[in-house]
Write a protein that binds this ligand. Structure first.
Ligand SMILES: [Fe+2]
Ligand SMILES: [Fe+2]
Length: 312
């Protein structure tokens, strides 16, 4: 007959210590764990905790933070700081940038007279590096930067004029992504994370683009680019379910002014971000987080941007 966890722990004192250590890593050093450690709880209670621990390990998921189009330095700093504060509380294992993290308005060839073009390249680069530093500080072990059409714009505009520069103008080289420990997925490529297909865009816009992306991949998909927020589930005749999502954006209205009227922008685009829980088998459970009145909820915890802390 299989020995119970409590019996095994009784046999070896060290195992009990190891169990308590593992318990604490999963549940935190709460009062109950401390009581167990001090021997104030009986073996039955310990056995329950062991069962909880085993169940928790079986359903333990890896946490993914999706950072949508930020268009730095024309980002929404208040929304950005709220996302960071939520991420500090939620502690992602993986961070994925969905493209257009940099705006590169200074090299834009369209929208003549666009006030954004007063920015210089140095300011833009500095802002991107600050943003990457802030994401690095979250301590995620895996970090992926998917380039968007705005990162590609720099390459296209300057690389066409000075072809020798073409290969130096990738986000990977400019932002020293490898040195920072980031993986890079070039614009137009698809990054696979578990069963998820991630790319900035598939050449389509509009609020249903994420659904069309799932149809194109024949699988689950997350896209950037559209700045709208949507999460859909579509089935097929094989009985499969494909989840697709776009997670809004973190840009300011200044960044959108070149493309859209303010009224249309406010109607179609949503400020926010996304998260996912990935199971060991690669299935990712996605969640969209709109920022509403400077507040956002992640896994049942409300974060309040006005005080920049967890709301009571
Ligand atoms: Fe964008
Ligand atoms: Fe884009």
């Amino acid at each position: 007959m299989r020995k119970s966890m409590a019996e095994e722990m009784r046999e070896k004192d060290a195992d009990r210590a190891a169990f308590l250590k593992r318990y604490e890593s999963v549940y935190g050093k709460d009062a109950t764990a401390k009581e167990v450690a001090r021997g104030k709880r009986g073996e039955a209670a310990l056995e329950n905790y062991a069962a909880e621990l085993i169940a928790a390990r079986a359903t333990r998921t890896s946490r993914i933070l999706f950072v949508p189009d930020t268009h730095r330095p024309l980002h929404d700093e208040r929304a950005w700081q709220l996302m960071l504060s939520a991420a500090r509380g939620w502690k992602p294992d993986t961070i994925v940038i969905l493209g257009d993290f940099a705006d590169f308005a200074s090299v834009s060839s369209h929208a003549k007279g666009d006030p954004r073009k007063r920015l210089d390249m140095e300011q833009e680069l500095a802002s991107v590096l600050v943003g990457l530093d802030e994401l690095d500080a979250l301590g995620a072990t895996k970090r992926v930067y998917c380039s968007g059409n705005h990162e590609h714009r720099l390459r296209r505009t300057l690389g066409d004029k000075v072809p020798e520069l073409y290969h130096s103008l990738t986000a990977a080289k400019m932002f020293k992504l490898a040195e920072r420990g980031w993986e890079h997925s070039e614009y137009g490529e698809t990054y696979r994370l578990g069963k998820l297909n991630i790319t900035h865009d598939l050449g389509e816009a509009g609020q249903y683009a994420h659904m069309r992306a799932a149809a194109t991949f024949g699988g689950c998909a997350v896209i950037g680019h559209v700045h709208s927020m949507g999460l859909s589930v579509v089935g097929n005749v094989k009985g499969e379910r494909h989840v697709s999502a776009s997670f809004g954006w973190l840009g300011s209205e200044k960044a959108g002014a070149a493309y859209m009227t303010r009224a249309k922008m406010r109607r179609n685009w949503t400020t926010g971000f996304g998260t996912g829980h990935m199971e060991a088998n690669g299935t990712v459970h996605l969640q969209a987080h709109p920022i509403i009145a400077n507040r956002v909820m992640v896994d049942g915890v409300l974060y309040d941007g006005s005080s920049n802390r967890k709301a009571a």
